[in-house]
Design a protein around this ligand. Structure first.
Ligand SMILES: [Fe+2]
Length: 259
């Protein structure tokens, strides 16, 4: 099936689930996606013995309208799209590997298609084996997720659709995957159970936080965010709203999630 993602992303993008792949209209820069394979993900899985699926998710890095490139560079921003299969990893829901950002850099995600659970975890700054806070943000297509400074994050696809997310992030850092690999996954594993889903604490951590389920704020004016209003056009319409991505500590993040 082919889904038109223009309305939700603000870009001429289609999702072709038969391949699976994204196709971009002319004038948009995109290269072949990086494909996250089962072999690369094994370390962060609850069941490390599974043999399928071979490919888990697809990362289209550095997507932009050719005409907007100067604006992205001037504002030190990068826009990526991630396409995550609706599938299972044994009993675990499909997920991304997870990473931290160096320093205080945050991130802005948007759900473009499907449903998303985003698990954020904040480790103690002196000991990464102590998790001080865990938030699971439940978001549907059109909603935005702000990653505050200090939080590592994974994306989970509860299905049944393809989960497609876009993100704005500073172009000034590289994500760090090592602590998630060392821990064998995130603070919690998300498992399918009879009544829905279940969270299983990752025994690697000396101290884990109680998990809080939250939702994204429907509107965050200081960052120019509103449900169903795509985040891509912010870079040309009002790039100052994305300033928090390069000056993360100049802002507060208390209002980015609601109960
Ligand atoms: Fe990130």
């Amino acid at each position: 099936m082919i889904f038109d993602l223009r309305h939700k992303s603000g870009l001429g993008i289609k999702l072709d689930t038969s391949k699976p792949q994204l196709t971009f209209e002319s004038g948009i820069n995109s290269s072949q996606p990086g494909i996250r394979t089962l072999a690369e993900m094994r370390e962060v899985l609850l069941d490390k013995t599974i043999s399928v699926p071979a490919d888990l998710y697809y990362m289209y890095r550095d997507v932009y309208k050719i005409n907007d490139l100067a604006k992205l560079k001037e504002n030190k921003l990068r826009y990526d799209i991630t396409m995550i299969k609706p599938d299972m990893l044994g009993a675990e829901l499909m997920k991304t590997a997870g990473h931290y950002h160096p320093g205080s850099f945050g991130e802005l995600y948007e759900v473009v298609n499907g449903k998303c659970l985003c698990m954020l975890q904040r480790p103690n700054t002196a000991d990464h084996m102590i998790i001080e806070e865990v938030i699971v943000v439940e978001a549907r297509a059109g909603e935005k997720i702000v990653i505050p400074p200090g939080f590592g994050h994974i994306l989970i696809n509860p299905g049944p659709e393809y989960l497609v997310t876009s993100n704005w992030v500073s172009s000034e850092f590289k994500s760090e995957y090592d602590l998630y690999k060392l821990a064998g996954g995130a603070a919690y594993f998300v498992i399918k159970s009879k009544g829905g889903i279940e969270f299983k604490a990752n025994p690697y951590f000396k101290k884990n936080a109680t998990l809080t389920m939250l939702k994204p704020s429907p509107r965050i004016d200081k960052f120019g965010l509103k449900v169903d209003k795509p985040i891509y056009p912010l870079v040309t319409e009002d790039a100052s709203k994305l300033g928090f991505l390069n000056r993360p500590l100049d802002f507060d993040y208390k209002d980015v999630f609601v109960k």
